[in-house]
Design a protein around this ligand. Structure first.
Ligand code: ADP
Ligand code: MG
Length: 364
């Protein structure tokens, strides 16, 4: 069997898991490639943990099959699956030293003590805890405890590593540096990881592939760029970042351009990647950073895609300025980068909003 990077390591086939009437995981199919990091991302209660528990064997699916490295493990008990799980609360054994925590699985497997000691040292180095093996977990910071949990999970060389909101208990700065560390380690060791998070930014920054879930259903599977730039529906668009929706109608069509219109906009744009006809109702999905804003006096670029609006609020967030602009009955959000350089527009003043020609369209 192929073992190379990017060959399939895990295949989920039509997995459903119910709790009485509640369908926690609904007909989910998905495959993970060797050496890739995939996130399950979605709001709380959407079924991420349940799906992870099904993969690790702590919960049995009502329907579907799980294939790990070519082997059907749907009914294999958790302790004999080649998976390892890391939890949000670390779940370290409080009465054991760090070294004994990390060596736990190897002791169960009756690996000789000398080998365990050597392996534990190697793992301590790997997660940058060299010299801290004799500490008690209580004597470590949250980030260090999470590294112990990671080292313990890696000790048995699992085929896949399952991380359930591993960074949620850490403060904001540490979360960012720990996610970078996990990503580096994953790349260096070519680990296959499923990483669960409800945090869209975390998911975007760390993933090879994202699985966006809602109410037990997979809404979209794609790279961070695909999810961000080509969301399949309003849920995905809304969940990942800020967004503007403009419902409207196609009023004219040529070979590769169309005119898209509603009460405020009348935009010339490229055709969407699906067939359209004049009269079709679509929804333009536009990120706030994709709209340019300028005051009424500045010379305008040579484009027809401009509408006028009134600045209702101007919120300074340091790296960007977020404007809320009213145009007709619509509210438009616009993010401007480097506001110090560009100059800040005043609340209450009129402004021009400049739209790009390439816009992501959804069918209504
Ligand atoms: N053991 C259980 N018994 C009954 N309902 C459960 C159980 N575990 C999870 N659920 C329900 O299944 C849904 C999905 O939960 P979960 O997988 O924990 O979501 P997430 O991890 O995305 O927050 C939720 O509605 C939750 O209340
Ligand atoms: Mg959960």
């Amino acid at each position: 069997m192929a073992k190379e990077h990017n060959s399939t390591i895990l295949d989920l086939k039509t997995i459903t898991k119910r709790f009485d009437k509640l369908v926690a995981v609904n007909n989910v199919s998905f495959s993970l490639k060797r050496g890739n990091l995939v996130t399950f991302v979605g709001p709380s209660g959407c079924g991420k943990t349940t799906l992870l528990r099904v993969i690790s064997g702590f919960a049995e699916p009502d329907e579907g099959r799980i294939i790990l490295d070519g082997e059907d493990i749907t009914h294999t008990p958790p302790n004999t699956r080649d998976t390892a799980m890391v939890f949000q609360n670390y779940a370290l054994f409080p009465h054991m030293t760090v070294a004994r925590n990390i060596g736990f699985g190897l002791r169960i497997k009756k690996v000789p003590k000398k080998e365990i000691d050597k392996e534990v040292e190697r793992l301590l180095d790997l997660v940058q805890l060299t010299g801290l093996g004799n500490r008690n977990p209580r004597q470590l910071s949250g980030g260090q405890q999470q590294r112990v949990a990671l080292a313990r999970a890696l000790s048995l060389h699992p085929k896949i590593l399952l991380l359930d909101e591993p960074l949620s208990n850490l403060d904001a700065n540490l979360r960012v540096s720990m996610r970078e560390e996990i990503r580096k380690l994953q790349r260096r060791l070519d680990l296959s990881i499923i990483f669960v998070t409800h945090d869209q930014e975390e998911a975007m920054s760390i993933s090879d592939l994202m699985v966006v879930m809602d109410h037990g259903i997979v809404k979209q599977i794609g790279t961070p760029t695909e999810i961000y730039e080509q969301p399949v529906d309003e849920f995905v668009a809304n969940f990942i970042g800020h967004i503007n929706f403009f419902p409207g109608k196609i009023v004219a069509l040529s070979k590769n351009k169309m005119t898209f219109k509603n009460s405020i906009i009348n935009l010339e744009m490229d055709l969407p990647p699906f067939p359209v006809s004049v009269g079709d109702r679509l929804k333009a999905v536009i990120r706030p950073e994709s709209i340019d804003i300028s005051d009424k006096v500045s010379p305008l670029p040579d484009t027809e895609n401009i509408i006028q609006g009134r600045i209702e609020s101007a919120m300074y967030i340091g790296s960007i300025m977020r404007y809320t602009v009213s145009a007709g009955e619509h509210t438009v959000y616009v993010d401007e980068s480097d506001p110090q350089y560009r100059g800040i527009l005043q609340e209450g003043s009129m402004a021009n909003l400049i739209f790009k020609k390439r816009v992501h369209m959804l069918r209504e």
